[in-house]
Every structure is written in structure tokens, then in C-alpha cells.
Ligand binder design. Structure first.
Ligand code: NAD
Length: 265
């Protein structure tokens, strides 16, 4: 993208201290956004705001704590005076547990952060944006909302809830000029996969590689920019084709070995 797609826009990115949120936050800053990096980890939030290099602010915030979220939005308005974009990215990952070994504390914590966190932030953003008659709320979902991960009932339920929220909020907020969209990452290496796991997992993806956090940055910029002015209530899947396939190439009835050999470029 050559010109600044988000010039002057005020954007909050939750979970902006690491992984996908960090990549989105830094790309937003490159694209001219005035940035609020919100993360439960105050240190990484500060480091990303510093790296963003201009109009950027770090706010320590646990998205599951309503008082923290109140402070996040108050601080944003005090500093920038308005809010154009909220990216609900914060989430607990690596939450696996077999359903037979589930308990209430496990279920509750995952819902509190991954689903209620989206509610707390989106409600406050929606009230500001509806009054302004413009704004975009983006929520980071997962392929798990559509097809299950083993041992991840709580995580996948939260992501399914997020996608239902995206559709519902889009309907309730559309008349006030507020768009709501979902971003659906596939298998993204944010936790530092060992090279073997990364290579073998990549072989199951139609585009033949695991994704990087930066793969989400451009699609996020697009969805919150004015180029996407007529997009609301929908999810953008960024997964190298993973959700589109019924079976991985290793077990498919038409294996990769039968693909035509093209002359080298
Ligand atoms: N990595 C993947 O393969 C993948 C795939 C699909 C969806 N996602 C989703 O993308 C989002 C980001 O994931 P990631 O892989 O970058 O994870 P990550 O662990 O690298 O980063 C998550 C960030 O969120 C912050 N965070 C955690 N709990 C928080 C809370 N209560 N309040 C505020 N901040 C909090 C963490 O401190 C961290 O900075 C999550 O919503 C995740 O579910 C990731």
C-alpha cells in the first residue's frame, strides 16, 4: 500500500503488545494512525507504542476487567478526542484441555477474556462511534469458530460467539454509520514454533506455509480503511486456504503428487 490508508485515524488495538496485535498496531502506525496499544502486559505495550514511533500511547489494560476497559477508553478520548477504530485482538491462546477434563474456572477464564473482553471493549467503542456516526469495530476470531480444534471447546465457543457478535453488532450499529467486521487467522506462528512443527504444519496448508503475524496486518488495514466502506457483518479469512479444504493434502483423494509439473520459472 503506497499512501497512508489510515491517516489521522485514532485506533485502539487490544493485545497489541505481541503477536498478531503487535503486527497490526505497527502497520496501523505506518499507515498514519494515531495508536493506542492496550495490553495486560504493560511492558510489551510500551515497547510497541515506542516502536510505532509517533502519535502512539500504551495503556495497560486487562480486557476482562470493566474498570480497566473504562480507563482505556477515557485515556484514549483524553489524548486523541475521538475514536475511529477498535481492534479486539486480545485473547488467551494455548488454552487446550480435553472436554472430559473441563471445569468451571477454565471455561470462565477463557470466556471472560476471549468473549466478554470483546463485549466490554466493543460496547464502549460503539457508544462513542454511534454518537460520532462513524467508526469500525474489528474482532479477531479463529478458524475454530467454523471447524473445531481438538481439545479446544472453550476457545472455539468463544470464537463462535465473537462471529455471532460481529453479525449482530453490524445490524445494530449499521444505522449509526458504524461497521463491524471479523478477521479470521489460520495457523499463525506467534509463539515461536520449532522449525520441524512449522514445516510439517505448513504442508497441510494449501499455500504450503504457516502464516506470520504480519500476514494479518494488511487485511486488518484494509478492513478498517475507507476502501472497505461497504463491508460490514462479515469475516475475512486469512489462512492460506486452510478452511477451504475438506482434507489435508497428505490424505486427500487427489494428492499433491498428481499435480501437474510446471516448467521452472
Ligand atoms: N496465532 C494463531 O495461530 C491464531 C489463530 C487464530 C486466531 N488467533 C487469535 O489472534 C489473537 C492474537 O493471538 P496471538 O497468536 O497473537 O497471541 P499472543 O499470545 O502472541 O498475543 C496475545 C496478546 O494479548 C495479550 N492479552 C492476553 N490476555 C489479555 C487480556 N486479558 N487483556 C489484554 N491483553 C491480553 C497478551 O499479553 C499478548 O500481548 C487472539 O485473539 C487469538 O485467539 C491466533
Amino acid at each position: 500500500m503506497s499512501q497512508a490508508h489510515l491517516a489521522g485515524k485514532v485506533a485502539i488495538v487490544t493485545g497489541g503488545g505481541a503477536g498478531i496485535g503487535r503486527a497490526i498496531a505497527l502497520r496501523f502506525a505506518e499507515q498514519g494512525a494515531r495508536l493506542v496499544v492496550a495490553d495486560v502486559n504493560a511492558e510489551t505495550a510500551r515497547a510497541v507504542a515506542e516502536a510505532a514511533g509517533h502519535d502512539a500511547l500504551a495503556v495497560p489494560c486487562d480486557v476482562s476487567a470493566p474498570a480497566d476497559v473504562d480507563r482505556l477508553f477515557e485515556t484514549t478520548l483524553q489524548r486523541f478526542g475521538s475514536l475511529d477504530v477498535l481492534v479486539n485482538n486480545a485473547g488467551l491462546v494455548n488454552t487446550e484441555r480435553h472436554f472430559l477434563e473441563a471445569d468451571e474456572a477454565w471455561w470462565r477464564r477463557i470466556q471472560e477474556v476471549n468473549l466478554w473482553g470483546v463485549f466490554h471493549c466493543s460496547l464502549r467503542a460503539a457508544r462513542i462511534m454511534a454518537e460520532q456516526r462513524h467508526g469500525v469495530i474489528l474482532a479477531v476470531s479463529s478458524g475454530g469458530a467454523t471447524k473445531a480444534h481438538r481439545g479446544n471447546v472453550a476457545y472455539d465457543a468463544a470464537k463462535g460467539g465473537i462471529e455471532a457478535m460481529v453479525r449482530g453488532m453490524a445490524l445494530d450499529l449499521g444505522p449509526y454509520g458504524v461497521r463491524v467486521c471479523g478477521l479470521v487467522p489460520g495457523s499463525i506462528d506467534t509463539q515461536g514454533m520449532d522449525p520441524e512443527t512449522k514445516a510439517s504444519r505448513g504442508e497441510t496448508v494449501p499455500l504450503r506455509r504457516v502464516g506470520e503475524a504480519e500476514d494479518l496486518a494488511g487485511p486488518a488495514v484494509f478492513l478498517v480503511s475507507d476502501d472497505a466502506a461497504y463491508i460490514s457483518g462479515t469475516m475475512l479469512v486469512v489462512d492460506g486456504g486452510l478452511l477451504a479444504q475438506q482434507r489435508s493434502p497428505q490424505v486427500d483423494i487427489f494428492p499433491l503428487s498428481k499435480y501437474p509439473n510446471l516448467p521452472p520459472r
